[in-house]
Design a protein around this ligand. Structure first.
Ligand SMILES: [Ca+2]
Length: 713
């Protein structure tokens, strides 16, 4: 009874500490469930977690349960890929009729994270030391661990490090054959937070089971049975929460070995992404971009010193008998083996020491593909990082008297706080209220978003450039459907198809009457050309163009002025113009796409349009286009018809994929009106790199246009 009481006292202490941390990080005004504005800070991913949840909550229940089609519209999606902590999303959606419109649960999630971070580290330390004071002081190391605090605000699901500590608790505290249910629980549960935890836990558990395997037929049979059960259960849960709403290939982006650990990561206090130092004392170490981001594993000066101190004790014969128990602990030994594996995995196939590559193992393209699904390998060192910290404290406890060891550990804690406060102080009041400068100012947005239930961009991709400016307005006006989204992963094929369908609708002048279209800058000239004589309102507000059917009367003088100013861009005679997708206000309309930051623009989809005007209309013209066709094993030619100002010009077949080719298009002067030229390419047999297993890229590519030039003839 007394023990229970005492434990409760500790739990209350932890709860108070967690609330203080929460207030410190969020600011007291942001804790309320009703306040979601702080999540729309443009510097982090919180806005996509929140907006994804907002659409999910407002939607009906679907199957799979995690399905979230209104966020993304035709792109389709689920609550998993906005990283909205699926278990909380599913739970709170049950109460949707009771909760307010702008409900958020992320402050609650962070409270859970702070509390359980303390709770589980305390539990493990208590088992080893049986001392409340040591465990209490020890758990503070975990609460302020840079690898944990660094994730708070940056990536909500990634702050769930207590899942790793719970796993560590199962590993170190319990016999693996007695904890099957707990393991199954945490494997399944972790997938409702973030799949990178699941992959890690599954690997750790498999290892433990193999290490504990005694080779007799019955046990091996049981082993297989357990894993088949876990596998089936996991697949079922993944399906229900919506993991399979994107194709496996869509999870591939940056490949395996990019977001990895560097041998120096534990000493590197600065992640170049936010440039905040986690140390007052140690200098930055320049690592590759991926290593800086996901490999971030800075220990802190206090922990580093404590680790070195513990290692000295470990290899000193004088203390051998005192730490005999720890050294011979079967669970500890097993986890050391697993740690070695996890460290190697985290380092990936390219082991680097600072900027030097020590070892590079070449990988087969398919193995590379499979490994890339769990590409954030730097994260797999977190649990090892915690293990080192845990063991350092335990070894010091064992080697000295109660009082002395507590003093030593506290001393290291002071050093740790002194050092890492450099970064921790940046976390205080981190979520500033939404920056006034970044909010849309014009009233028209609220008016339009209230009146029309759908808001779309004319260039649907993930991380639409409208997202950060419009996300809050989309939530606060309760927009029903949007394709202005940011997603961790998306179905690239569906996104490509939604673009083609949209452009086809525009071409046939088929606008949805219930939709506000936010216009990508590259599309405004062509859209004006198509709709200037229709009853379509074009609005230029807050530096964004929008169009809405039947709202021409709503255009103000400035809108009209700006709209009249839009014209085809001048293409000078005899001047070769290189095309680049990053350059806006260029010579293209719909149906073009990037070439991965490289030279040239790819035609994408069945119709691609170039548009420009010439200075003076005095003769027939010749347009020269330098391009390269997309030839694969599935198509040996790229064929298309060329139309100039809607009149058929010629049919072209390209087959040489190795060299740039020149297309010449002769333009009769009779075709020109106001010196404007619109060239449409209608493609016949397009293939995407995905269809021929070249890459997950699902864009239907035709030709890569590198430059254009026009001459009078
Ligand atoms: Ca660095």
């Amino acid at each position: 009874m007394k023990k229970l009481f005492f434990d409760n006292k500790i739990n209350i202490l932890f709860l108070i500490t967690s609330i203080i941390c929460l207030v410190g990080v969020l600011g007291i005004e942001n804790i309320s469930f009703k306040n979601s504005k702080w999540l729309y800070d443009t510097n982090n991913d919180a806005s996509l977690h929140q907006l994804g949840w907002h659409f999910f909550k407002n939607d009906i229940w679907r199957f799979p349960l995690g399905n979230n089609p209104n966020y993304g519209d035709e792109i389709g999606n689920s609550i998993v890929y906005t990283d909205s902590i699926p278990f909380l999303a599913l739970f709170f959606k049950l109460f949707k009729s009771f909760i307010p419109g702008s409900f958020q649960y992320f402050s609650f999630w962070y409270l859970i994270c702070f509390y359980l971070q303390l709770f589980f580290s305390f539990k493990i330390l208590k088992k080893f030391t049986n001392s409340d004071s040591h465990s209490l002081i020890g758990s503070l190391f975990f609460l302020i661990a840079p690898i944990f605090v660094f994730r708070v605000n940056w990536h909500a699901a990634g702050a769930g490090h207590w899942i790793l500590l719970f796993t560590l608790y199962l590993i170190l505290m319990k016999k693996v054959d007695k904890t099957k249910l707990q393991w199954i629980f945490i494997i399944i549960f972790s997938s409702l937070v973030n799949y990178s935890f699941t992959a890690l836990i599954l690997v750790v558990y498999s290892f433990l089971r193999v290490l504990n395997l005694k080779f007799n037929k019955q046990i091996i049979f049981k082993f297989l049975k357990d894993f088949i059960l876990i596998f089936l259960l996991l697949i079922l849960v993944l399906y229900i929460v919506g993991y399979f709403e994107v194709r496996p290939a869509d999870t591939l982006g940056v490949g395996f070995g990019y977001y990895k650990l560097n041998l120096l990561s534990i000493f590197d206090p600065i992640n170049s992404a936010d440039n905040i130092s986690w140390s007052w004392f140690l200098p930055d170490i320049k690592l590759s971009r991926g290593e800086e981001l996901e490999g971030f594993n800075y220990l802190g000066l206090g922990c580093m010193m404590m680790l070195i101190f513990a290692l000295i004790l470990l290899f000193n014969n004088k203390y051998k008998s005192k730490i005999f128990e720890v050294r011979n602990n079967r669970e500890v030994k097993f986890f050391i083996i697993i740690s070695v594996f996890l460290t190697l995995w985290a380092l990936s196939n390219e082991i680097a020491f600072g900027s030097y590559t020590l070892l590079k193992i070449p990988l087969n393209k398919y193995i590379f593909g499979v490994l890339s699904i769990a590409k954030n390998t730097g994260r797999y060192f977190w649990i090892v990082n915690y293990f080192l910290l845990m063991m350092s404290i335990v070894i010091i406890f064992k080697c000295f008297s109660n009082k002395n060891s507590l003093l030593i550990i506290t001393l290291f804690l002071v050093v740790q706080i002194a050092d890492t406060s450099a970064g921790i102080k940046q976390r205080i009041n981190l979520f500033a209220p939404l920056d006034k400068e970044s909010i849309l100012k014009d009233r028209i947005w609220n008016d339009l978003f209230k009146k029309y239930s759908i808001v779309k961009t004319t260039y649907p991709i993930s991380w639409s450039k409208f997202f950060s400016s419009f996300a809050y307005a989309i939530e606060s006006n309760n927009v029903e459907k949007t394709n202005i989204v940011a997603l961790a992963r998306m179905n690239r094929r569906k996104a490509a198809e939604s673009r083609y369908a949209l452009y086809n609708n525009f071409k046939t002048k088929n606008l949805s009457p219930d939709t506000v279209y936010l216009i990508d800058q590259a599309h405004i000239i062509l859209l004006k050309h198509l709709f200037q004589n229709e009853n379509v309102g074009f609005f230029y507000r807050d530096n964004f163009w929008a169009m809405v059917m039947n709202e021409k009367d709503l255009m103000n003088d400035n809108d009209k002025l700006k709209f009249n100013d839009i014209s085809f861009k001048l293409l000078e005679f005899n001047k070769k113009i290189d095309l680049n997708f990053a350059k806006k206000n260029n010579y293209y309309g719909f149906g073009w796409s990037h070439n991965f930051h490289k030279y040239g623009i790819w035609s994408e989809g069945l119709i691609s349009t170039l548009l420009f005007k010439t200075k003076k209309n005095y003769s027939d013209l010749k347009l020269e286009i330098i391009c390269k066709p997309y030839i694969t094993k599935k198509n040996n030619i790229v064929e298309f018809d060329v139309f100039v100002n809607e009149i058929f010009n010629k049919n072209i077949k390209l087959s040489n994929k190795n060299n740039d080719q020149k297309i010449e298009i002769l333009i009769d002067k009779k075709l020109l009106k106001n010196n404007e030229i619109k060239v449409d390419f209608n493609f016949k047999n397009l293939v995407s790199p995905y269809e021929v297993f070249e890459s997950p890229d699902s864009r239907k590519l035709g030709i890569l246009v590198k430059s254009i030039k026009i001459n009078p003839i």
